[in-house]
Design a protein around this ligand. Structure first.
Ligand SMILES: [Zn+2]
Length: 125
């Protein structure tokens, strides 16, 4: 993949990361409010651990898996491994990457892996 295409995907991933990080921050503010409304009189009474636990609980599994998928994809760009199937080493089609910029496998390997593991929830951007 040439540098221009790579940059295109990098920008898309960064935009997604920003979007999801904003969601996470929003959840964090909600979590604090809920923890405070939850019988605790004021924020000073909340231990840091309470808040952390609440945030963890509120931050949906789906949301945090989105974020880690995106970070992984950005790391692959940095390391020059982006767009290469992690299973067979063949290039992943750009059409597939357009549809799913976080794709780790080409369509063949993805199907193979899903058949072995059972369907897995794949984040779609
Ligand atoms: Zn493959």
């Amino acid at each position: 993949m040439d540098a221009k295409r790579l940059e295109h995907f990098r920008q898309r991933l960064l935009a997604e990361l920003r979007r999801h990080t904003e969601n996470a921050q929003h959840n964090q503010a909600d979590a604090l409010e809920i923890a405070m409304a939850d019988g605790v009189k004021d924020a000073a009474d909340l231990s840091f651990q309470d808040v952390e636990q609440e945030i963890e609980y509120r931050l949906s599994e789906r949301e945090s898996s989105f974020v880690s998928e995106i970070k992984e994809a950005l790391r692959r760009i940095e390391e020059g491994r982006y767009g290469i199937c992690e299973n067979c080493g063949k290039p992943i089609s750009e059409r597939r990457l357009e549809a799913m910029p976080t794709a780790r496998y080409d369509a063949d390997c993805q199907a193979l892996i899903e058949a072995q593991r059972g369907p897995e929830e794949t984040p779609t951007l």
